[in-house]
Design a protein around this ligand. Structure first.
Ligand SMILES: *[C@@H]1O[C@H](CO)[C@@H](O)[C@H](O)[C@H]1NC(C)=O
Ligand SMILES: *[C@@H]1O[C@H](CO)[C@@H](O)[C@H](O)[C@H]1NC(C)=O
Ligand SMILES: *[C@@H]1O[C@H](CO)[C@@H](O)[C@H](O)[C@H]1NC(C)=O
Ligand SMILES: *[C@@H]1O[C@H](CO)[C@@H](O)[C@H](O)[C@H]1NC(C)=O
Ligand SMILES: *[C@@H]1O[C@H](CO)[C@@H](O)[C@H](O)[C@H]1NC(C)=O
Ligand SMILES: *[C@@H]1O[C@H](CO)[C@@H](O)[C@H](O)[C@H]1NC(C)=O
Length: 493
């Protein structure tokens, strides 16, 4: 900016009056409102245009002369203990990434982040934070990712996360939390779009199973390596996650107390749990009528002390909810009763109960409910699914693959190759037959996840700007799983 302006000034200033071009340029810049912020790298830091790294410099306070054009500031591996409100004298309007990991920060003053309103990524991992106070993160309403792992957090005060409207990923692993941080989800002003929450390596002994069943429909919650008490409700939840192949459980299966294979879980009420294969079924009723939907795998005898959850398209219910005025209730024997069915009640319903059965991909713990016209509903994709379809898809994929191989062989051997006649004959023939044939096993796993639909498509590369924010739902919700297939497809292309 400066050289160009001074050249311009030198050229236009032909009137002959004596003038010092650099000084005039500076004056001009000041008049135009540009502060004379000169690119000076702080003494202890390394700068690369807009990246400033002051990592591992034994700093106990932040450097005072940080240039305001930075978009990434790394202050990790220092000995900073406090982040005061005036840790930087001017606004850091462009800062998107602030790394403060591996310091000894235990105190962050109120409004300390008001100077960085456009921060997207904040790393406070490996510090000594013990309490997250009210309004700790005020001003960070664009923040997408917050790293707080490896601190000593015992308490999250109400309102600690207010203002974090855009937060998508939160890492609270390796702290000392004893209770599930509900406020994150239910306090006003909190993160509404949180899709990733890591609570592993904490001290949680109990988790709110019913709430988790609904929260994990919109995102991933990691709970491995907590001293969880494996009661019947938790066992039911873990079994259900197995059936849904819920990624946070599948990836860390050994980190949960009641493992699928050990068979050493608590003795839940097993009376009435049948050994019949679990089959997905469709229940249909006219609008306004009553409908009873039995829980798959539970026999008809009435049972005491059985915890049965139903995951419906709108909500999650359990068998000890005693609200007779509700429109959906779970009877003591686990049967779901829909009173005065509405068209909106249609959808896939999951029955969550500790059956203590091994996960079997051919079985389903879900049922379909159709209110209204069955043919119309099945046209919109709400179809009955049975275990044999897995085999059918795999078989048809294999059969079509064999047919296409034969066709390609016919094409190769029965048609004359014309490429040799064209000039520069190296092009063409070699690549003319491309055989696209998917692996039947892959087709089957795709089938398992996709509930009967295979979609081929070309997906543009995932956006880089979106900091790891996974847009795919963490768990397949019955028929609404196209995004899962999309992700699957992009991996195999
Ligand atoms: C770090 O700084 C402190 C004083 O601020 C000094 O006593 C100490 O020796 C320094 N450590 C290293 C490794 O330079
Ligand atoms: C929260 O407040 C307490 C008491 O005022 C203070 O000791 C602690 O350092 C604060 N936490 C943070 C992260 O600033
Ligand atoms: C949450 O995500 C939805 C869909 O991606 C978006 O439309 C909405 O603006 C987001 N809300 C906030 C507060 O970021
Ligand atoms: C069952 O539902 C009620 C009311 O929603 C709730 O208070 C209770 O905690 C739930 N039981 C379990 C085991 O989650
Ligand atoms: C559950 O109980 C209801 C009424 O008490 C009964 O009509 C229904 O048949 C029972 N369902 C099963 C599967 O036992
Ligand atoms: C269901 O819908 C189809 C057309 O969408 C209609 O032809 C049929 O009569 C309807 N059946 C009932 C029972 O309403």
């Amino acid at each position: 900016m400066r050289p160009i302006a001074s050249q311009l000034l030198a050229q236009t200033n032909v009137g002959g009056r004596h003038c010092n071009p650099p000084a005039a340029a500076l004056l001009l810049l000041l008049c135009l409102g540009f502060p004379p912020s000169v690119a000076v790298c702080p003494l202890d830091c390394i700068c690369a245009s807009d990246i400033i790294s002051c990592s591992g410099r034994n700093l106990s306070t932040t450097p005072f002369d940080l240039p305001s054009y930075a978009t990434r500031l790394d202050l990790s591996h220092n000995v900073i203990t406090t982040l005061p409100t005036d840790w930087i004298p001017q606004q850091f309007a462009r800062l998107a990434t602030l790394v403060l990991s591996r310091n000894t920060i235990s105190q962050i003053e109120v409004n300390a982040f008001n100077v960085t309103p456009h921060l997207l990524h904040l790393d406070l991992s490996s510090n000594q934070i013990t309490v997250l106070n009210f309004s700790l993160f005020t001003g960070l309403n664009e923040l997408k990712e917050l790293l707080l792992y490896d601190n000593q957090i015992v308490l999250i005060n109400p309102g600690a996360f207010s203002d974090l409207h855009s937060l998508q990923r939160l890492y609270l692993s390796g702290n000392r939390l004893k209770t599930f941080p509900f406020g994150l989800y239910f306090e006003p002003g909190g993160p509404r779009n949180l899709t990733f929450l890591d609570l592993s390596y904490n001290r949680l002994s109990q988790v709110p199973v019913q709430s988790l069943l609904s929260l994990t429909q919109q995102g991933s919650i990691y709970l491995q390596e907590n001293p969880l008490v494996c009661d019947c409700a938790l066992l039911a939840l873990l079994e259900y996650w197995m059936w849904k192949q819920y990624q946070p459980l599948m990836d860390f299966r050994d980190g949960y107390p009641c493992r699928d294979d050990s068979g050493t879980g608590p003795i839940c009420n097993q009376q009435g749990v049948s050994n019949m294969p679990l089959e997905s079924q469709t229940y249909q009723e006219e609008p306004g009528k009553w409908l009873r939907v039995p829980c798959p795998g539970l026999a008809s005898s009435t049972q005491e002390g059985l915890v049965v959850f139903w995951v419906t398209p709108m909500t999650v219910l359990n068998s000890s909810t005693n609200d007779p005025s509700a429109h959906l209730i779970v009877l003591p024997n686990g049967t779901l009763e829909i009173q005065g069915a509405l068209i909106e009640d249609s959808g896939t319903y999951g029955c969550v109960v500790a059956r203590q059965r091994h996960y079997d991909p051919y079985e389903s713990v879900e049922v379909n409910v159709v209110v209204g016209n069955l043919s119309a509903a099945s046209a919109s994709g709400l179809t009955h699914r049975s275990g044999t379809e897995h085999f059918n898809t795999a078989f048809t994929t294999l059969a079509s693959c064999v047919v296409s191989i034969i066709l390609v062989l016919l094409y190769l051997y029965l048609t004359p190759c014309r490429c040799r006649e064209s000039r520069g004959g190296s092009r063409g023939c070699g690549g003319r037959a491309i055989l696209l044939c998917s692996d039947p096993r892959e087709a089957e796993s795709g089938e398992r996840r996709s509930n009967g639909k295979r979609v081929a498509f070309l997906e543009p590369q995932a956006e880089v700007s979106d900091i790891g924010g996974s847009k795919t739902p963490a768990m397949n919700l019955g028929h609404v799983t196209t995004e899962g297939i999309l992700k699957n497809g992009s991996k195999t292309v």
